[in-house]
Design a protein around this ligand. Structure first.
Ligand code: ZN
Length: 1023
């Protein structure tokens, strides 16, 4: 990627490529830098706890128990992979193909002795890199292994005094423009060019090799947990400088980004941070060129707030030709009178009020005082011309289902409770405002009637107004619907407390949802705002009534229709909401796990930029806590409304498509959201409209125009830069694996309504083969033909794609359409962290914790997290207890032979058998035992590493709880979810890579017009 110095002249050497390979001058942590895992929220070890000096491991770890035989046989589909026992997932015949021996040969010699199992995994690059796989980050990296590491290849620049200085947010970021700033008009010198593109010619790759017998050692295939854990250690004590390093940390790792003018990966991730100069070169990589955006992503402690800049009535300076916003990569010249746009190269006049002289080197004198010229992500307050209506504090309108199912299941009570916690804190007495000044709330309840409430604080109590005509809903009150929740607190709490009792006598079985949404839209039409709606039964009453479309018997094209809605009423209300700046979050509980037509109902939240929280089998004692926390999250996360977004890119590239949950009226138009929040991500794909100049960089800018919850109209701008290379091999060194599979996942999800699931799975497989075959063909150097060679930065890519194929959205076999549609829309809107966990859950053994695990490290204060393990039943130990978290649900799985001591330590004196536990526990009791403190601390940490869903635990006791099946489903390395084990998957992919290399590959789906052939924006962007 582009050289830091060209823009900022920090003087410090290298754009270092791989975050896992700390820069020789690695950035020490600034003083206030705080990782999640700091001591504050955690229990400390101490006298309070029965600290067992012997340590727990011996106590719980390996009880001398008999074989738990029943389990493995019982769920052969779920648990398959102990290679030494069952050999199921490790079909030796397939494994042998990986070794290049006996393609297609059967499993006959599978049980050969272990003697030849010296399979290994290597990385070709010099020493440092292979260590990177096994437990980096190591401190000292052989310089030659990395781009630009050779100082002689660096442009010499003053500023060496900054070389080993910690970069801290307090520091002025860019000391001085000491050498000529980047100017698109000036060709780069060869030295600069080399410094950007690297001179070393190394192969980047990892290979999985097999023994002569073709066995694959499952320990040696790339491990997601190992790579996550290793890198997360590095980022405990190092920041990620966004300009100097060009490969972002994995999304599942906590890190502090330091914005140096290039936007943080939390907001923007490019699939490739070094872009091939031609479309053909990109195609040779098989990779998509795209940008994953999460414009309002949450910051973590230690990161700088996003600056909010006010340019008054004239608004922020923008390019007159392409309308790009001012940013750190625009170049000032003509004594400061012109600025050259980094997107379209147009030389704009600097508006007089923005004029400032420039230094002889071309930097504005006031540069350091100008966040818009220093930071990759900034917000601009914008004047009236950016308004479509007067911006006001956000209106939250709660639509509460008070029908029979909602009451009977306890969903009504739990929902009301959740809203109160969201507004007033746990015991209702917290003084701190949970929603900003100016924001207001309103309440509507519905069954087959719709009831509005006048909450005016001047009234003694809330007044109910029934809207009698649901065929033609109108707004029965003009005042008092929306109130400040703190002024009207007593009316609100008494209403929410009384609602369950109030409707306990009514119990209408059939809710009328569409008329309620229409009425809510009428209430919000003037201002825009956000609807939070609960629902516990299929809305079968009134206009827009729905019926049981899915009887579980429809497949293929008929099933596809169930993934979307053609209902004009529902589509219309969604479109009108977006136009009015309104969006919806749904909280849906299916009656008895039944059908809700989420395809139709959820269409309203998906197209308005909202979210659907779905409780397929809501059980109040177990799920109320999760519901409550999720309502709280919805109300308190960063939320904006009435939003428009546009991504711009520099000449030579163009947007080919957007993926996510929004409305785009015509191709090329801005994408529109009724609402947008911190958890929502979207993808933009690019195509070429010419050849890029490798001497120049490629620029990207996303601009989100929205109204904040506090009522300000703003534009949030994120700027990203990538270098361009004529040699696509160089580009492979800067591939961001998380961005690649995230964009592929979003694109695949957007195809669910037009292609069959089988075709989509086929396309994902083809895409995986294309990428690995492209690498093998063009970039990997020479290897024995039988070796599977994986690009270093895409080592775990195949595992993530397998996780995607096993997801509820795409998996083979039977799956209720509600669940498919829900997961499909979720994938479209998920950010990188949430998606990473969703595709590869985190699994942590807790029966063999070290005594210091789960407590803050005394020196650094960071919580010591125990290592996570591969998601495979072969890793499960007898007597073992495991947490598995996919970012949606967290299960506590307990082996049938779990030690009674462990159960007592975790659940209390009176609980010493699995059977004695309450199956509906959703949290662990606070106990004065070492283990209890450890596990509760670990859970607290996991809560900080998620997307929009709350973390509560659900018990999955072996042989006792239905949740065991869910646990089994999450073991994505095993053969399950109608798909192969990880080992077999790699063998399968490898076989197809070999066929491709020998010209014998047949596409898995139907020929030239296959969806795979133009998947991920490579060929024509539309299917
Ligand atoms: Zn421009």
């Amino acid at each position: 990627m582009s050289d830091y110095q060209l823009y900022h002249a920090l003087g410090q050497g290298g754009p270092n490529d791989d975050p896992s390979n700390p820069n020789p001058s690695g950035q020490p942590v600034p003083p206030q830098f705080q990782q999640p895992g700091g001591p504050a929220p955690y229990q400390q070890t101490g006298a309070n706890y029965n600290h067992n000096p012997q340590g727990q491991p011996q106590q719980y770890g390996n009880p001398q128990m008999g074989q738990p035989a029943p389990y493995q046989g019982q769920h052969d589909q779920g648990y398959a992979t102990n290679p030494n026992q069952s050999g199921v997932s490790q079909d030796p015949g397939l494994a042998s193909q990986m070794g290049g021996l006996g393609l297609g040969e059967a499993a006959s010699h599978g049980r050969k002795k272990k003697k030849d199992r010296h399979a290994y995994h290597t990385v070709e690059a010099p020493g440092g890199s292979s260590a990177a796989f096994n437990g980096m980050p190591q401190g000292a990296v052989p310089a030659s292994a990395y781009l630009n590491a050779d100082p002689s290849a660096m442009p010499s620049a003053p500023g060496g005094q900054f070389m080993n200085q910690p970069v801290t947010p307090q520091m002025s970021q860019f000391p001085a423009a000491a050498n000529a700033p980047f100017n698109p008009a000036n060709p780069t010198s060869p030295v600069e060019f080399a410094s950007r593109n690297g001179t070393a010619d190394q192969a980047f790759g990892a290979s999985v090799q097999t023994s002569a017998q073709g066995r694959v050692d499952p320990d040696q295939i790339p491990s997601v947990p190992r790579s996550r854990d290793a890198i997360s250690q590095y980022y405990l004590s190092n920041v990620y400088p966004t300009f100097e390093h060009h490969l972002p940390p994995p999304a599942s790792v906590a890190f502090v980004a330091f914005d140096q003018g290039n936007s943080s990966p939390k907001f923007t991730r490019l699939t490739m941070n070094n872009i091939p100069s031609t479309s053909d070169a990109l195609q040779s990589t098989g990779l998509p060129l795209g940008l994953l955006l999460q414009p309002l992503a949450p910051l973590q402690a230690g990161e700088l707030e996003i600056p909010v800049l006010d340019f008054g009535d004239v608004g922020p300076p923008r390019c007159h030709r392409c309308r790009a916003y001012i940013n750190p990569f625009m170049v000032f010249r003509s004594g400061g009178n012109k600025f050259v746009c980094n997107m379209c190269n147009y030389a704009n006049d600097v508006p007089p009020e923005y004029f400032c002289a420039i230094t002889p080197q071309g930097a504005r004198v006031d540069r350091e005082q100008r966040p818009e010229l220093m930071r990759g992500t900034v917000e601009f307050l914008v004047p009236k011309e950016y308004w479509s209506k007067e911006p006001v504090g956000i209106r939250w309108l709660f639509l509460i289902d008070v029908g029979q199912e909602a009451f009977n299941k306890g969903f009504l009570e739990a929902f009301c409770e959740g809203v109160m916690v969201a507004l007033y804190g746990k015991d209702g007495s917290e003084d701190e405002r949970k929603i900003p000044e100016g924001a207001k709330v309103g309440f509507v309840t519905f069954d087959k009637d719709i009831h509005f409430y006048n909450m005016n604080p001047a009234l003694d109590q809330a007044q109910m107004l029934i809207m009698p005509d649901i065929e033609d809903p109108f707004l029965p009150l003009s005042d008092g619907l929306f109130v400040d929740p703190y002024e009207a607190k007593s009316n609100i709490t008494s209403l929410l407390t009384q609602l369950p009792a109030l409707f306990s006598q009514v119990k209408n079985p059939e809710p009328a949802l569409l008329p309620t949404l229409t009425a809510a839209l009428a209430a919000l039409e003037k201002t825009g705002g956000k609807i939070v709606c609960s629902l516990s039964a299929l809305p079968t009453w009134g206009p827009g009534r729905l019926f049981l479309r899915d009887d579980g018997k429809q497949h293929g094209d008929a099933e596809k229709k169930l993934f979307t809605t053609e209902h004009p009423g529902w589509r219309k209300v969604a479109d009108k909401m977006v136009a009015a700046g309104v969006g919806v979050d749904f909280f849906l509980a299916a009656p008895g796990g039944g059908y809700l037509d989420i395809a139709t109902i959820g269409h309203v939240s998906a197209s308005t930029g909202g979210e659907t929280f779905y409780y397929p089998n809501f059980v109040a004692p177990r799920d109320s806590a999760k519901l409550s926390q999720e309502i709280m999250h919805t109300v308190t996360r960063e939320t904006g409304y009435q939003a428009l977004m546009k991504v711009r890119c520099s000449n030579g590239l163009q947007i080919s498509s957007y993926h996510g949950n929004f409305i785009q009226h015509t191709f090329g138009a801005d994408i529109e959201f009724g609402v947008v929040d911190a958890d929502k991500a979207m993808g933009a794909m690019f195509s070429y409209d010419g050849k890029l100049d490798a001497k120049l960089d490629a620029h990207f800018q996303s601009a989100l125009l929205y109204t904040t919850a506090s009522g300000q109209r703003r534009v949030r701008c994120s700027n990203v830069i990538a270098s361009v290379s004529d040699n696509a091999k160089d580009c492979m060194k800067f591939v961001d694996q998380d961005a690649v599979y995230a964009l592929i996942a979003k694109e695949a999800a957007s195809k669910m309504t037009s292609n069959s699931l089988k075709d989509i799975r086929g396309a994902l497989t083809e895409k995986n083969v294309d990428i690995l075959a492209g690498y093998r063909k063009n970039f990997s150097g020479s290897h024995p033909p039988g070796q599977l060679v994986l690009p270093e930065n895409l080592k775990e890519f195949s595992m993530y794609i397998l996780g995607l194929i096993k997801s509820r959205a795409f998996k083979g076999g039977q799956e209720p359409t509600d669940r498919r549609v829900h997961d499909m829309r979720m994938i479209k809107s998920m950010g990188a962290l949430e998606l990473s966990l969703y595709l590869y859950p985190r699994m942590i053994p807790i029966h063999n914790l070290l005594p210091e695990d789960g407590f803050p490290d005394p020196e650094s204060g960071h919580l010591r997290m125990p290592p996570s393990i591969r998601d495979s039943f072969s890793r499960v130990e007898e007597g073992g207890v495991y947490l598995i978290d996919n970012g949606q649900n967290c299960y506590l799985w307990m082996h049938a032979q779990t030690s009674p001591n462990l159960i007592v330590d975790l659940f209390g004196e009176d609980k010493d058998t699995l059977k004695s536990l309450d199956p509906f526990s959703s949290s662990l009791p606070v106990l004065q035992t070492h283990l209890s403190a450890q596990v509760r601390n670990i859970l607290e940490y996991l809560k900080t590493m998620r997307g929009s869903k709350a973390l509560t635990i659900q018990l999955a006791r072996q042989g006792l709880d239905g949740a065991e099946y869910e646990f089994a489903r999450l073991l994505v390395e095993d053969r399950n979810n109608e798909a192969q084990s990880y080992v077999d998957w790699l063998v399968h992919i490898h076989r197809h890579v070999q066929l491709e290399l020998t010209g014998q590959r047949k596409k898995e789906d139907s020929g030239d017009n296959s969806i795979a052939s133009n998947f991920a924006g490579l060929r024509p962007p539309y299917w």
